[in-house]
Write a protein that binds this ligand. Sequence first.
Ligand code: SAH
Length: 285
Amino acid sequence: MTTPGEILHRYNIRPSRKLSQSFLMDVNTIHKIAGAGRILPGDIVVEIGAGIGVLTQDIAHVAGHVIAVEIDPRLVEILQDQFAGCANVEIYSGDILKFDFAYKSDQYKSKIKVIGNVPYNISSPVIFHLLSYRAVINNFTLMLQKEVVERLVSDPGHKSYGVPSVLLQMYADVERLFDVSATCFYPVPKVASSIITGEFREKPLIELTDETFFNRLVKASFAQRRKMLINNLKNAKFLETMSDSDINSALHEAAIDGKRRGETLTVEEFGLLSNIFKYRLTNPH
Ligand code: SAH
């Protein structure tokens, strides 16, 4: 394998801070991340932010086809140069947040595996973009800021449990794999990094009658973390047509004590609550 140092030197690359460029320098870590992706021969893989292509090299050894997505035109040129002779590597020049996973999945008649050292300035939008294409993605293995990974995998009752934990875990089975030291990167980032892996479920934990409504309900429940659930719900704009007793009765039907804090509710409880509130709003007595 061509080492990251050799590539940076050969092309005289100066990392852009604006694009959150922080290149993996440690070859063992690169192999470890590629291995964590559980890529099998024949797999269609999308790599987020391919950069100088070090992870791409590893993945391409196993995968059937790799689509290396990169937004920086200078790096796109370098990637094209490096992978000119590789029939199973396709360089996609553009923004991952505009990438159409459904189109690619359809083209290859296969679900997609996603991997990448994600630009940290777009971590949340990337997660939501993947969620919106979950029907065509089977799993993802991503390097993110450690705190972000903690939030995504957190269980009820923990300080880091919040909106992102619930919204992702409703649809995906997630796991934090390992941490990556800041010294493995150039330039050395100010934050610590971790690897998260996840698999989208065939069905969400609870069959939701309205996913947008679910998102709203979860956000409202965490609006003020220290408040009781009932008070957060009473303050929610989208529930304003419901009286206090309507809200109490909906909570009662879900067997959820309104005095609890949102952060103690399981993902399933949020799902149940969402369906009950949605039904009652649409069918007022
Ligand atoms: N995977 C490489 C680079 C990681 S740095 C490595 O590990 O060495 C993150 C990369 O994402 C950079 O190359 C940056 O240019 C790219 N990037 C930043 N914003 C992006 C976006 N919106 N869409 C696609 N790539 C992006």
